[in-house]
Design a protein. Structure first.
Length: 318
């Protein structure tokens, strides 16, 4: 996740009236009263459209609200009004990253760095985008710069671990994740990412323990339950796998991979009717899923329903 910058910063001295209004809005903003803060920012812009701070801060409100297109537009206007101010470029990069415009986000973060090369959060944000683009060597360089500026920066160590893992350096990745967790033991994403690296490194027991911690710390992310379930399935712990997949589906009822795997688990437990229900449910969501059709065919054949099972089996060849 990109770090936000600028909620507490102003570009240059401004009139007392505007400064007081900005401070009032900032207090509301920081208290989570985004709509009230936005109203003040809009009023400032209406009266003083040249005020880059208001444009920039309003962009962060809309980014937090999930209105990415408007957040991008507002941050862009702030960079036009204050091309020598690095903060709007950071917030522009954050909004572009959130909207999946990774190349443009890289450009925005690089412009911010050109204006201020001493801010570790910008380098870390850049690293996140570079990892998303598959430019893992470049991400490592950005992480190194972030950590050089602030060694006690768990997000940067986590991002470095992600880059190392993507490059196949799993032992080094685990070391980076452990450093992130030394700095922030409750960092669920670092536990989760370390679990993936441990799994890739063949350290299944350690991965289960790490994924389990990630789920306890963040029980509302379905992917974390799903991947823990995969490890339990891999190790034959079917009851535990069933629980994990059920939890993942409870959080995301359209999670076809979890539904499919739950079907496979209950099929292995001899509950063929439940397995069929799972696979048919998966197909209502993804009717063209060959994997789910194939698993349904196995369940039907196992139940002795050979004609329909044979038809489903044909999906293997599609």
């Amino acid at each position: 996740m990109a770090s936000g910058i600028g909620v507490e910063e102003e570009r240059h001295p401004i009139s007392m009236d505007i400064a007081q209004e900005l401070q009032k809005a900032l207090k509301l903003h920081q208290a989570g009263q985004l709509a009230d803060a936005a109203d003040i920012y809009k009023n400032i812009i209406k009266a003083h459209p040249e005020n880059a701070d208001a444009w920039n801060l309003l962009s962060t409100v809309f980014l937090a609200a999930g209105n990415l297109e408007l957040a991008v537009s507002l941050a862009q206007q702030a960079t036009v009004l204050a091309p020598d101010f690095f903060v709007p470029y950071v917030n522009l990069g954050n909004a572009l990253q959130a909207s999946g415009q990774f190349e443009d986000a890289v450009s925005a973060f690089q412009k911010a760095i050109a204006l201020n090369s001493e801010n570790q959060e910008v380098f870390n944000n850049l690293a996140s985008v570079l990892n998303a683009l598959g430019r893992h060597d470049d991400a490592l360089e950005a992480c190194t710069k972030a950590i050089t500026l602030s060694s006690n920066f768990p997000e940067a160590h986590n991002n470095m671990g992600n880059a190392l893992a993507a490059l196949g350096n799993f032992d080094e990745a685990v070391t980076s994740y452990r450093k992130a967790l030394e700095l922030r033991p409750e960092y669920s994403d670092a536990h989760y990412n370390m679990g993936a690296a441990l799994t890739a490194n063949g350290e299944t027991d350690a991965a289960i323990e790490t994924y389990s911690t990630a789920v306890v710390l963040d029980p509302k992310t379905p992917e974390k339950h799903y991947n823990l379930g995969n490890l339990y399935l891999m190790t034959g712990q079917l009851a535990e796998a069933e629980t994990c997949y059920t939890n993942a589906i409870h959080l995301n009822s359209d999670y076809v991979d979890a539904i499919n795997n739950l079907g496979s688990v209950v099929q292995s437990l001899g509950r063929l009717e439940d397995a069929e229900i799972c696979f048919r449910r998966g197909l209502t969501i993804e009717p063209e899923s060959a994997d789910v059709h194939w698993n349904l065919s196995l369940a039907l054949l196992q139940k002795g329903e050979y004609e329909e099972g044979g038809k489903e089996d044909e999906w293997r060849w599609k």
